[in-house]
Ligand binder design. Structure first.
Ligand SMILES: [Zn+2]
Length: 394
């Protein structure tokens, strides 16, 4: 007898090569069977998924979920799990000094599976002092920096960061570099090499200085942000004077992973359209959800995925970029991002709403999307947490 049967939906599971109508049976918190037809007489409970897309639980490889610990963070239950994201990867909200608290109070207590990039800076992102939409001043308190490079060496410990990574291979998937100067990125490279882990770096100081530090399997996030960063005074990003520098094509060839990381200030419709025209599509679609963007322009991961449907990706590719490709990017191929029998029963069913949905980027540009992906049912570890769009109280 199965615990749960998800019946009649269109299953999109790139890792198994499935794109079509299938039933999914769950027992003991794991996927038991994915077959053309499974009788609902064999299950204690059946979810009617007719007309819905059934996907492995989404994996959002760029979030900030050190909830109640680092102020920019969001609630991983409400903002991730109830939206279909069964695995949220925190992108450097904490560093070696505060990761343990994050692990104890959030990761271990959370229904959402949480993995983490550890920030190369020991305190992670505690410096976000004033979280209001429109305030993206991310500088360290001036007392600590005093330089244009915004590099505070005493807040990086190569030794402790490396030890933390080695001690936590089940939860820490790599090192995050963000915001604070090329010296910090060089340190991230050193520690990444000695600990044998990937980097996730922001699309800044590119291509001039940052590109040379990236290796195959590293992730460059905020890939479609607009070019000039007025705060730093640097030319950032993929698009410069309406063209894409050759370095970005080279990066793609070298196997560097292009990640969306939409965020409050890192997705431009214009840059996305240019990149798609030039054949530079994202490998992974992530949200960069934090407290400053949950009420727009990000909203949630399915909305970010909808933007990439609008840019011309197929439904199959959009779901792969937030499931199987995302799992691979953080070293979890074979464990997450698929409904293969034996895997944890993390899945979500989505409605593809059709109509005209005006949707903004981070710079006030609006496009009218024809489709919007909306979560309807979510199952985590075999437990139904969202049913017909409503949270299930437990
Ligand atoms: Zn971020």
């Amino acid at each position: 007898m199965y615990d749960l049967l998800v019946k009649g939906g269109t299953v999109l599971d790139r890792a198994q090569g499935i794109s079509g109508k299938m039933d999914v049976a769950i027992a003991g918190g794991r996927v038991e069977a994915v077959e053309d037809t499974i009788s609902d007489g064999k299950a204690k409970k059946t979810i009617d998924a007719r007309g819905l897309i059934v996907s492995p639980g989404l994996i959002d490889i760029h979030t900030h979920v050190a909830w109640e610990l680092v102020r920019l963070s969001i609630d991983p239950f409400v903002r991730c799990l109830l939206k279909g994201t069964t695995t949220a990867v925190d992108a450097g909200s904490t560093g070696e000094l505060n990761y343990r608290g994050f692990e104890h109070y959030v990761i271990e207590a959370s229904k959402t599976r949480i993995l983490a990039f550890i920030n190369i800076e020991s305190l992670g992102m505690v410096e976000f002092a004033d979280i209001k939409p429109g305030n993206t001043d991310q500088e360290w308190p001036s007392l600590l920096t005093r330089s244009k490079e915004k590099y505070a060496g005493m807040f990086i410990s190569e030794e402790n960061t490396e030890r933390l990574i080695r001690d936590n291979p089940d939860k820490i998937v790599g090192i995050k570099w963000a915001h604070h100067g090329i010296k910090g990125m060089e340190k991230a490279r050193e520690v990444g090499d000695s600990a044998g882990c990937r980097l996730m770096v922001e699309n800044k100081f590119m291509p001039a200085a940052g590109v040379r530090l990236l290796k195959k399997g590293d992730i460059i996030t905020h890939i479609f942000h607009d070019s000039f960063n007025a705060n730093s005074g640097y030319v950032d990003g993929m698009c410069q004077d309406g063209t894409i520098p050759e370095e970005f094509f080279q990066m793609k060839k070298r196997g560097i992973i292009f990640d969306v990381g939409h965020g409050q200030g890192s997705f431009s419709w214009d840059v996305g359209e240019l990149a798609f025209k030039e054949g530079l599509r994202p490998d992974t679609i992530s949200s960069d959800l934090w407290s400053g963007n949950v009420k727009g322009p990000v909203y949630d991961l399915p909305t970010v995925m909808s933007k990439f449907l609008h840019l011309g990706m197929s439904l199959e590719d959009v779901f792969a970029a937030a499931t199987s490709e995302a799992a691979s990017a953080v070293g979890r191929r074979g464990k997450l991002g698929s409904l293969q029998p034996g895997r944890p029963a993390d899945l979500a069913a989505f409605k593809i709403r059709e109509g005209n949905f005006p949707m903004e980027d981070c710079y006030g540009e609006v496009r009218k999307m024809k489709r919007h992906i909306v979560p309807v049912h979510v199952v985590k570890g075999g437990e139904l947490v969202l049913s017909n769009g409503k949270p299930v109280s437990s």
